[in-house]
Structures are given as structure tokens and as C-alpha cells.
Design a protein around this ligand. Structure first.
Ligand code: ATP
Ligand code: MG
Length: 411
């Protein structure tokens, strides 16, 4: 992309109503635009980050033969009434709206009910199972507080995966595979070292469900971890009984804050029973389908990465998430000629700052936008056959030959 052709503008200061650091930096760097509290637009750079996150998740889930779908955001109350979850007393974050022809609809806060209901049309026999489907969807939740930038939206993007099985063992096997996929996903997202599978309440056969918590100073959750971080517990389950159950003692546990980037649940019959999702087994009896559900907060993950790696100059994106790999700056006549040549054919990798502004301003924006490598092609270094490449994360700058640069770009 050429910056001269883009409508985005970087800002020296964040808007006054943006108190969260992720929201402030992402706004200043031109990744998002705030519509109102908890509601954001994703601009070209921000959308590329979202797409990169989605693609990592998609690749890892497709390896487990999960099938991607997209369900509707508008919700028919009927299946939700069968589980009691259309009630505002039961679920206090609904956005609801009225049909002009009469009747109420909901805006989906999640999709367990509609997916279970929908699959009644496709699952009838043990031969149809196991099955797993996922989507990337906008969810709507009337959250009481939405002050954490894109970490907590009233409209946000989630990946939700649902799995369907004939037996508890098969659900357990698949659940373990999803745990493996989640490890790979969070590693590729660059937050693997600081993201922990965390015991939480809400388990249906087992006592626990699992959350994926990324340690983060501004995280809204409190978690407890032991010395080697092999056991991490959510606040709700941090008590003597649970510690004893897990065979650990509480003495060495420390408290920290974290952001929940995902969670996984064995639902058993929680939805299949009230919604009547059944299958005929090998001996011709009707049985309820075992279910699991597995979420990742796609837009929250983007906010967590922004918060986690930012420094005093701006954002710092891990390579697999970055909207572009290289930020290109040309200085001088020959510098510009060579930069044009380098850019041609590499438009997907390079963000070319070809604006008519001072190099200093370009360098500041390169830092603010957090592009992993900055390339400067100037008459001065070209005279020695070299170009400058600077690593955003380490700040390390070095000279490489034009050939080396061309080589890098073919990778
Ligand atoms: P939280 O406790 O943070 O409200 P939750 O338990 O309501 O999360 P789920 O309903 O299981 O979360 O949603 C799955 C994932 O979606 C969460 O793990 C989180 O990463 C993300 N998520 C949930 N609520 C929001 C929100 N309001 N804004 C952005 N992401 C969210
Ligand atoms: Mg919530």
C-alpha cells in the first residue's frame, strides 16, 4: 500500500474520550475509529490485522477438520426461549429490536442456541457425527462498562467453534485437540509465552471449564498462578478445595491481572437436551448429542497484542499479525527510483510511505504504526550499494546490500 493513496491520518494525540491505551494507540496509528463507547470501526490497517488473526485461527482449526460457516446475527427468540436465555433476567446483555410487522428479535450475543437448532436439520444418525463448525461473527452485548478500548466491545468480533459428538470420550478427544490448536494459535499470535490455560468455573461433567488468560496489567480478570505457571486459576475457583483437588497448595501462588482471550467448555447436553438435538445410535436408540464450545475474542486479541507490546514510540506488531512486514521510506532522487523498483510486486508486504513529508515524520509514523521492519533507501547509502533496515522491536539498525533486500522480499 502507498500511504499517499490512503485516507488514514496518524494523530499526535489520542481523542480525549479514549482512556484505554490500546484504543488510544490504535486510533492514533490509524487502525481503528471509535464510533462510541465499545463500538469501533476497523480501518484498512486494522482490518489487515484482524484478517491475519482470523487466518491463523482458520488454518489451525481447519487442520482439525472444522468447517467454517457464518450464521445470522439477527436472532429468532424461539430457540433461546427453549433454554430460558432470551430472558433479560437470565442474560442481562441482550440488545433486542422490534420487527415492523410485530415481534421481537435479538442481536446475537453468542450462538449456542441457533447452531444447535440449525444442526437438527443435518444431524440424525451416528453416521453424521462427529462434526465441528465455526464462524467469525460480530457479537452484540450490552456490556455495562465499555472503557477498555477494543478489549471490551458492545459490538465485537468472536471466533466461535461448536463440536458435536456421540460420546463423552469423543468429546474429550476433540477437546484435547482444540487445546493443542489453541496453543499453536496463541504462539503464532505472538502471545503464547504469556497466555495460560486457566481453570475456571462452569464445567458440566468436569468441575471446570478452561479460559485462556493473557497476563496483562490492564486485564479485567484476576488470576492466580504457581511458581512455574503450570497451574493458573481464575479468581472464582481459587480456593482451598480446588487447590486440594488439583493436588497443589496455595502458599506459592501469586496474583496478577489478565485478559481472557478465549475459553473452552464441555457443554454435554446443556443445549442439545432443551433444543432436542438427537441422533440414532448403532443400536437404533435415540440419544442426545454431546457438545463442546470454544471461543476466541478476535478483536480483543488485537487489543491485547497492541497493549502488550507497545512501547513509548507506539505499537509493535508480532510478524504474523502485522498489517505489512516492511515500512519503506525513500530519500533522494536515486533513493526514490530504487524504492519504486523495490515496491513493485511487493505491494502486499510493503507499506510505502511515499507522502511528501519530512523523513523524520515518516520515521515517527513507522514507529507509531508498529510495522516490524523499516527500510530506508537513500542516495547516501546507495552510493555504497547499501540500504538501511531497522527492526521495530529491538531498535537495531543495519546496512544490507540491495541484493540482500531483494532476497528478503522473496521470502
Ligand atoms: P468476559 O468474562 O470477558 O465478559 P465472557 O466469559 O463473557 O468474557 P464468552 O461469552 O465466552 O466470554 O466469549 C468468548 C470470548 O469472546 C471471550 O473469551 C473473550 O475473549 C471474548 N469477549 C467476550 N466478551 C467480549 C467483549 N465484550 N468484547 C470483546 N471481546 C469479548
Ligand atoms: Mg462477558
Amino acid at each position: 500500500m502507498k500511504l499517499s493513496k490512503s485516507f488514514i491520518k496518524t494523530l499526535r494525540d489520542a481523542p480525549k474520550d479514549e482512556t484505554a491505551r490500546n484504543g488510544a494507540l490504535l486510533t492514533r496509528a490509524g487502525y481503528v475509529h471509535k464510533e462510541m463507547a465499545g463500538v469501533y470501526d476497523f480501518l484498512p490497517l486494522g482490518l489487515r490485522v484482524i484478517e491475519n488473526i482470523k487466518n491463523i485461527i482458520r488454518e489451525e482449526l481447519n487442520k482439525l477438520d472444522c468447517q467454517e460457516i457464518q450464521m445470522s446475527a439477527l436472532q429468532n427468540p424461539e430457540p433461546w426461549e427453549k433454554t430460558g436465555r432470551f430472558s433479560d433476567q437470565e442474560v442481562d446483555i441482550w440488545f433486542k429490536t422490534e420487527l415492523s410487522s410485530g415481534g421481537v428479535l435479538g442481536l446475537a450475543p453468542t450462538h449456542e442456541e441457533p447452531i444447535t437448532n440449525m444442526l437438527k436439520s443435518y444431524i440424525s444418525s451416528y453416521k453424521d457425527l462427529p462434526l465441528s463448525v465455526y464462524q467469525f461473527q460480530t457479537k452484540f452485548r450490552n456490556e455495562l462498562r465499555a472503557k477498555s478500548g477494543i478489549l471490551r466491545g458492545r459490538e465485537f468480533l468472536m471466533k466461535d467453534l461448536y463440536s458435536f459428538h456421540t460420546s463423552e470420550e469423543d468429546l474429550n478427544d476433540f477437546y484435547a485437540k482444540v487445546e493443542g490448536a489453541y496453543d499453536r494459535i496463541f504462539n503464532r499470535l505472538g502471545i503464547g509465552d504469556e497466555t495460560f490455560e486457566t481453570f475456571a468455573s462452569g464445567g458440566i461433567f468436569s468441575k471446570y471449564s478452561h479460559e485462556y488468560q493473557t497476563f496483562l496489567p490492564v486485564g479485567e480478570d484476576t488470576v492466580y498462578y504457581n511458581a512455574d505457571k503450570s497451574v493458573v486459576l481464575n479468581k472464582e475457583v481459587y480456593n482451598d478445595e480446588v487447590l486440594a483437588d488439583l493436588g497443589v497448595t496455595g502458599e506459592n501462588f501469586k496474583e496478577t491481572t489478565a485478559a481472557e482471550v478465549g475459553n473452552i467448555f464441555k457443554l454435554k447436553f446443556k443445549y442439545s437436551e432443551p433444543l432436542g438435538l438427537k441422533f440414532v445410535d448403532e443400536s437404533n436408540s435415540m440419544r442426545e448429542v454431546y457438545m463442546g464450545c470454544y471461543g476466541i475474542g478476535v478483536s480483543r486479541v488485537m487489543g491485547v497484542i497492541a497493549e502488550k507490546f507497545a512501547d513509548d514510540k507506539g505499537l509493535v506488531w508480532p510478524k504474523e499479525v502485522a498489517p505489512y512486514q516492511y515500512y519503506l521510506v525513500a530519500i533522494g532522487t536515486e533513493g526514490t527510483r530504487v524504492a519504486d523498483e523495490i515496491y513493485a510486486g511487493n505491494e502486499e508486504k510493503i507499506l510505502f510511505d511515499d507522502r511528501d513529508v519530512r523523513p523524520g515524520e515518516k520515521f515517527a509514523d513507522a514507529d507509531l504504526m508498529g510495522i516490524p521492519e523499516r527500510i530506508v533507501i537513500s542516495d547516501k547509502t546507495l552510493a555504497e550499494g547499501a540500504v538501511e533496515i531497522a527492526d521495530r522491536k529491538s531498535g537495531e539498525t543495519k546496512l544490507i546490500s540491495l541484493d540482500e533486500l531483494k532476497n528478503l522480499l522473496t521470502r
